[in-house]
Design a protein around this ligand. Structure first.
Ligand code: NAP
Length: 206
């Protein structure tokens, strides 16, 4: 595939671009070349840049895989539907994070009291993280979310459940941004088969 990558010089982009090239894709810099002539686009930029990038792709009829977090899903879903273009977003492309959310949803049935602690690099702009918000939505118990931003961290989350005389902790650690590559590649393979509009969550592709 020919892929327009937005955010190629960012912390995720510098890991993603060589992995996509190694998988046999042609990759162009979305900011410099635009999406015209591409089969799909990927955006790992920033909350205040993603919407304009996706709008350019929608105008060009190019499906988009969105990794950037902290944007308005609802508005983008409406515009992608109107444009007749499929888009996909996962708040977390790491396989272990998908399992963490699934396990937390299950545990919440037995433990209604829980809190989430999400820890990310100091450069992360949005808080709480998209993963923490998605986990809370799946648990359905309105857990308090605590956000930690410090140097030395990549992406980490604990969901701590408390009941009489016991606690249960589910923890996921992303130690390298390589963790996001398989999920992004899967989304790129599947995005063109999705219905127009925004599909959210890797579970929808598995
Ligand atoms: P980062 O290191 O800050 O990189 C962002 C990159 O986007 C920078 O190179 C920046 O370039 C570029 N950029 C800014 N505006 C742009 C525009 N209008 N068009 C094209 N490129 C633009 O951030 P990151 O750690 O790679 O993360 C990027 C986003 O992905 C964040 O929202 C983060 O929360 C999210 N994320 C999601 C997942 C997931 O699994 N869903 C995983 C990790 C990160 P300049 O500095 O030159 O402007």
């Amino acid at each position: 595939m020919r892929i327009a990558l937005y955010g190629s010089r960012g912390k995720v982009g510098v890991v993603l671009e060589p992995a996509l090239l190694a998988a046999g894709h042609a990759v162009v810099d979305g900011r410099e070349a635009g999406p015209d002539g591409c089969d799909a686009a990927v955006d790992f930029t920033r909350p205040d840049a993603v919407v304009a990038n996706v709008d350019r792709c929608l105008a060009a009829g190019v499906p988009v895989v969105i990794g950037t977090t902290g944007f308005d899903f609802g508005a983008l879903n409406v515009r992608a539907k109107e444009a007749g273009v499929p888009c996909f977003h996962a708040p977390n492309f790491a396989q272990g994070a998908v399992l963490m959310m699934r396990f937390a949803e299950e545990a919440a049935k037995a433990f209604p009291r829980a809190e989430i602690v999400e820890l990310h690099s100091e450069a992360k702009r949005d808080a709480p993280s998209g993963t923490a918000k998605a986990t809370a939505a799946r648990m359905g118990t309105d857990p308090t979310i605590h956000s930690v931003r410090l140097p030395g961290l990549v992406a980490h989350q604990e969901v701590i459940f408390g009941g009489p005389g016991e606690t249960l902790t589910i923890r996921h650690d992303t130690t390298s941004r390589e963790a996001f590559v398989p999920g992004v590649r899967l989304a790129l393979e599947k995005v063109r088969e999705l219905p127009p509009g925004l599909t959210v969550g890797l579970d929808a592709l598995l």
